[in-house]
Write a protein of this length. Structure first.
Length: 305
């Protein structure tokens, strides 16, 4: 049974859904303001400081846990359907993950759709990764991480780096990744009654803004379910059992494993979309973050420190 603390995330999601349903013509600034509440379920992580920086031409925020390794980094890409979300909404979540790993995290303020449709977001993430390399971070000491649309970017950024011949990071950490731009996943319907936020109408609207008029819903950099995962770094994929995007995680895990990738899938029963947003409050969120951290530390070479 889900904890009372984790149920608070569902309450917030349901509130957003109700408010969007009551205002079907809600303008984009109002929608973005609504999603700025995303940080509310997340407790402030203790022992983490923050520093603003320009990363490859885009604003970004360092999450700096005390006593963390200063030569290991998580490139964190925030969720929000490529349309909403920000450094502010995801600062605390990234801070919890960075603290658990014992590394710093860089949260990127990539360009949002529809003003900047695909592939602007991938380009910004690639530029930030190249910036990290220019700062002296070794590829084997970097992991990409993200949630929802940011989970997509955590994967697609590595695909773009591979295509450009850039040395790849050590690991990929997608949480509740939104990958299916065709909206054909079975759980989109099967879990519609248990997911308080992500419904077909939501992903159809956001994918339309993300891809624009000319975007290809099967482009592997937009929809990694159509990629060739061969040679990708190890992946730890986390998802919630009640979310409509559950089979996005399942299908990518299956595809990666079939290609010989070291891929792990964690599904936490009864959890909502990006349940780690309840970090510091809900035991399920803290358990997922702890598991991800334990998995990635040796892949970043942190166990020997």
């Amino acid at each position: 049974m889900a904890s009372a603390e984790s149920a608070e995330l569902r309450t917030i999601y349901q509130s957003w859904s109700d408010r969007m349903a009551a205002a079907p013509d809600m303008d984009l600034p109002t929608l973005r303001d609504l999603f700025e509440e995303w940080h509310l379920p997340t407790a402030e992580p203790t022992g983490v400081t923050y520093e603003e920086v320009d990363a490859g031409g885009r604003p970004a925020l360092w999450c700096l846990p005390l006593d963390a390794a200063d030569d290991r980094v998580l490139l964190y890409l925030h969720g929000g359907g490529f349309v909403v979300g920000s450094i502010a909404t995801h600062r605390k979540l990234a801070g919890h993950l960075a603290k658990a790993v014992g590394a710093r995290a860089l949260v990127l303020d990539y360009r949002l759709a529809p003003e900047h449709p695909f592939p602007a977001q991938v380009q910004d993430a690639v530029a930030a990764y190249r910036w990290l390399l220019a700062q002296g971070y070794a590829p084997e000491h970097i992991a990409t991480a993200g949630d929802s649309a940011g989970g997509n970017l955590a994967i697609s950024t590595v695909l773009a780096l591979r295509a450009e011949g850039v040395p790849l990071p050590a690991a990929i950490l997608p949480m509740s990744p939104w990958l299916d731009m065709e909206h054909v996943g079975k759980t989109l319907e099967a879990n519609a009654d248990t997911d308080a936020l992500v419904q077909r109408s939501v992903v159809e609207a956001m994918s339309g803004m993300f891809l624009g008029e000319d975007g290809d819903r099967r482009d592997p950099l937009a929809n990694p379910l159509h990629c060739d995962p061969t040679g990708l770094p190890p992946c730890y994929i986390a998802a919630g059992g009640h979310e409509t995007l559950l089979d996005n995680a399942e299908l990518f895990h299956e595809k990666a494993r079939a290609a010989g990738v070291d891929a792990t899938l964690e599904i936490t029963p009864e959890m909502q979309h990006v349940h780690p947003f309840s970090a510091g409050r809900a035991p399920e969120a803290d358990a997922t973050i702890a598991a991800m951290a334990a998995w990635v530390r040796p892949r970043l070479g942190l166990e020997a420190r």
